[in-house]
Design a protein around this ligand. Structure first.
Ligand code: PMV
Length: 322
């Protein structure tokens, strides 16, 4: 039994940083994201009872270092007595580099595994299972704007707004293609245990979520820009003040921020956000995308540019019974 699913990464505008319950992977703060359309991960899960152990190909190459997390994700979806699986994952963007590849990879793996085993799971159940593997993956089970809650005993995501009613665009400036040095899970724990700013980060998040929710509801781009940049810089301040400090940025990251500031000064509707990696995501109104793309492409050190509209939820694209 085999199924293939596609999921797109999502970019948090109000960030998830910190865990309330490590074993259950429950977030310490709520977060709000946009799911992208043009970046994607496609995962095929082939359930094969005769296989002695799971196998994993990432972009056509064996990836033993990522296998344990994928196997644990399959165990959660299918139960520990499940058949072994041959998993193959392909992404059209750099992975493990702060572009939310774990979100799209675990969302697609969860959806493909459930479909391969013909499990009739709801979106909420799939989202919880994906979120147990990677918190942000829970949000890729939804298209458009989505909010991941930090309340209750389970991982809960709800859609906030569809993509047609407020079609934002995202320009991603890739400043470095190597893998990040510290995983998000490890970095979040270091922040929780050592950053003097961690508690105020937690305390202020509800306020930031309220403002962002209202801005999204009213299609208030300036309001969303203001709170998203502030929230992103606060998350990075928590990381910078941790011990050891976690600085994911490079010189080009900083130059991209200056480019965005210059564009804003010229009246362009754009704002930046940065995750646990050195890439800069510039969110803009549709009419500005070419201008933003050109300005970031011309920024010294930028290696590649990807542009994306807002996208759909994770979904099954093929299924086969052997
Ligand atoms: O889902 P994780 O464990 O990869 O953590 C994601 C953390 C950030 O990307 C930095 C923020 C977010 O909300 O996506």
């Amino acid at each position: 039994m085999q199924a293939t699913a596609v999921a797109q990464p999502n970019i948090a505008l109000i960030k998830y940083w910190g865990k309330r319950d490590l074993p259950r992977n429950l977030p310490a703060v709520g977060s709000i994201s946009i799911t992208l359309s043009d970046l994607y991960t496609e995962v095929a899960v082939d359930l094969m009872p005769e296989l002695p152990a799971d196998t994993l190909l990432v972009n056509g190459t064996e990836a033993p270092s990522m296998l344990a997390r994928i196997s644990a994700c399959l165990d959660r979806v299918l139960g520990a007595q499940r058949p072994r699986a041959a998993v193959s994952s392909t992404s059209n963007f750099p992975i493990a580099a702060g572009l939310a590849s774990s979100a799209s990879a675990f969302a697609a793996t969860t959806v493909a595994a459930a479909a391969a085993a013909k499990l009739p799971l709801t979106t909420a159940e799939l989202s919880r299972l994906a979120g147990a593997a990677s918190g942000s993956a829970a949000r890729s089970l939804f298209g458009g704007f989505a909010e991941l809650s930090n309340a209750g005993d389970t991982i809960e995501v709800r859609p906030l707004r569809d993509i047609e009613s407020w079609p934002l665009e995202v320009v991603v400036a890739i400043t470095e293609t190597g893998s990040k040095s510290t995983s998000s899970t490890k970095a979040m724990e270091i922040s929780r245990l050592t950053s003097p700013f961690y508690d105020s980060w937690l305390q202020q998040q509800e306020h930031d979520l309220d403002i962002a929710r209202a801005a999204i509801e009213q299609c208030d781009f300036a309001g969303l820009a203001n709170i998203a940049e502030h929230n992103c810089l606060k998350m990075h301040s928590v990381m910078w003040a941790s011990r050891p400090p976690m600085v994911y940025w490079n010189t080009t990251t900083m130059r991209c921020l200056q480019t965005v500031r210059r564009l804003q000064g010229e009246g362009c509707n754009v704002f930046f956000t940065i995750d646990a990696g050195p890439q800069v995501k510039a969110v803009c109104l549709p009419g500005e995308v070419e201008r933003v793309r050109r300005a970031l492409a011309d920024t010294a050190g930028v290696q590649a540019i990807m542009t994306s509209s807002l996208g759909q939820a994770a979904r099954v694209v093929a299924r086969r019974d052997d």
